[in-house]
Design a protein around this ligand. Structure first.
Ligand code: SAH
Length: 396
């Protein structure tokens, strides 16, 4: 088959990771290019000896190519539809597309679904696209149409929310907006708990779907406990705790908007429930003085490190907040602690939490080691995809 894409030729020895199906080509690995190149173009990647390695989207930046096919095939409607269909099939197999009391899930998880640069979250009929590559952004209307063909009546609207996630905005000036339909912000259900999701205004695609199973687990530990949900955002952990029979729940976030959202969501599920209090405060301040106030603490901070350079500062941050929790949690307390920074490995996160425990001198046991749920699958050849890490700890 003759494919007329521009070529990227790698330096000798730089083909190994692609041969192991790792989907990224770093700019430093490129020896030369052949043919015209514009951001978002499909390119074919070759070893120094000319051997074909893969097809992907080209972009200016440290990751120069995101490979979506390791076979020399036509990249057409059938190709993209097949990818989307496989992603959908997995969620169907997971029981998420027709779950009795959950109608929010991740439909496409970038590299985890062989679609680097593309994230799609499904909110009770509305698919929210979040593109991380220009190549995916350029075909957003096609992808929206293909998804509609696959999902039929299940899909009422597609909203594109890529403005903040695309690099080099200047050239293409992305604008968030509907690609199909126009449903306004709506209610979704996660294990029967209701959330108001605002994909137009909210963080990420509006909601952190990746904590679903962990919120559900927390519910089982909440009975008769005084709970602190630090970094609460939409308040998810809070009303799972309330459903689990918590004695009191304090939701804390530095953002007033997040606290409003939490209050609204708690009202939806537990109207006028005196057990809940929402507080605007900085975590580092608030955690200074919580001695023996809580016996269940959730720490789910934003990604402290977005880049490798910020790693050591981020690890200090994790150590500090966890040390505060270990020092002050009541005896017999339970700590749910998380990191969602991709550049912080499971091991590094553990080390930070272990040092924090050691500072407090308390006896600590690991009850669970948590991660992202199955609708955020990890491509086995792309370990970087394992970004959410959590520990559930019992503190004597
Ligand atoms: N636990 C949430 C997701 C947390 S997102 C869930 O289950 O959906 C991280 C949150 O931390 C954001 O809402 C952000 O406003 C908040 N945040 C960031 N920095 C903070 C700080 N220094 N103190 C308190 N909250 C902070």
């Amino acid at each position: 088959m003759s494919i007329s894409y521009s070529k990227i030729i790698l330096k000798s020895g730089k083909d190994q990771s692609l041969k192991r199906f790792h989907p990224w080509v770093f700019s430093g690995a490129i020896k030369k290019t052949e043919g015209p190149l514009a951001e978002g173009n499909i390119v074919s990647v070759h070893a120094n000896n000319g051997e074909f390695l893969g097809l992907g989207h080209y972009q200016i930046g440290s990751i120069a190519v995101r490979v979506f096919s390791f076979q020399e095939v036509a990249i057409d409607e059938l190709f993209w539809k097949d990818k989307l269909r496989k992603a959908y099939q997995l969620r169907l197999d997971l029981g998420l597309t027709n779950h009795p009391d959950t109608n929010v899930y991740r439909l496409v998880h970038a590299e985890g679904d062989g679609l680097p640069g593309l994230v799609i979250d499904f909110y009770n009929g509305t698919a929210v696209f979040q593109m991380h590559s220009i190549g995916m952004y350029l075909i957003r209307n096609e992808l929206s149409k293909y998804l509609k063909d696959i999902m039929g009546d299940q899909l009422k609207a597609v909203y594109d929310k890529s403005e903040k996630t695309l690099p080099f905005k200047a050239d293409i000036e992305p604008r968030d907006g509907f690609l199909y339909g126009d449903t306004v912000a709506g209610l979704v259900s996660e294990y029967g708990n209701l959330f108001k999701v605002d994909w137009e205004e909210g963080q990420k695609t509006g909601f952190f779907i990746d904590q679903r199973e962990n919120r559900y687990l927390l519910q089982q530990y909440s009975k008769d406990r005084d709970v602190l949900n630090m970094f609460c955002y939409t308040g998810g952990f809070s009303f799972f705790a309330m459903r689990g029979g918590a004695k009191s729940v304090h939701s804390v976030d530095a953002s007033g908007k997040a606290i409003d959202l939490t209050r609204e969501n708690v009202e939806l599920n537990y109207p006028n429930d005196p057990r809940h209090e929402a507080i605007v405060a900085d975590a580092f301040e608030y955690l200074r003085d919580i001695k023996d106030k809580y016996d269940l603490i959730v720490l789910d901070p934003p990604a402290f490190a977005k880049h490798r350079e910020a790693l050591s500062r981020a690890l200090q941050g994790y150590k500090r907040i966890n040390a505060r929790a270990f020092e002050q949690i009541r005896p017999g307390g339970i700590l749910f602690t998380f990191s969602c920074s991709q550049v912080v490995s499971k091991e590094k996160f553990r080390e930070a939490v272990f040092s924090a425990a050691a500072i407090s001198g308390r006896t600590v046991r690991i009850l669970h080691q948590l991660n992202q749920p199955a609708d955020h699958p990890i491509n086995i050849y792309h370990p970087e995809g394992e970004y959410l890490k959590g520990l559930v700890l019992y503190v004597e």
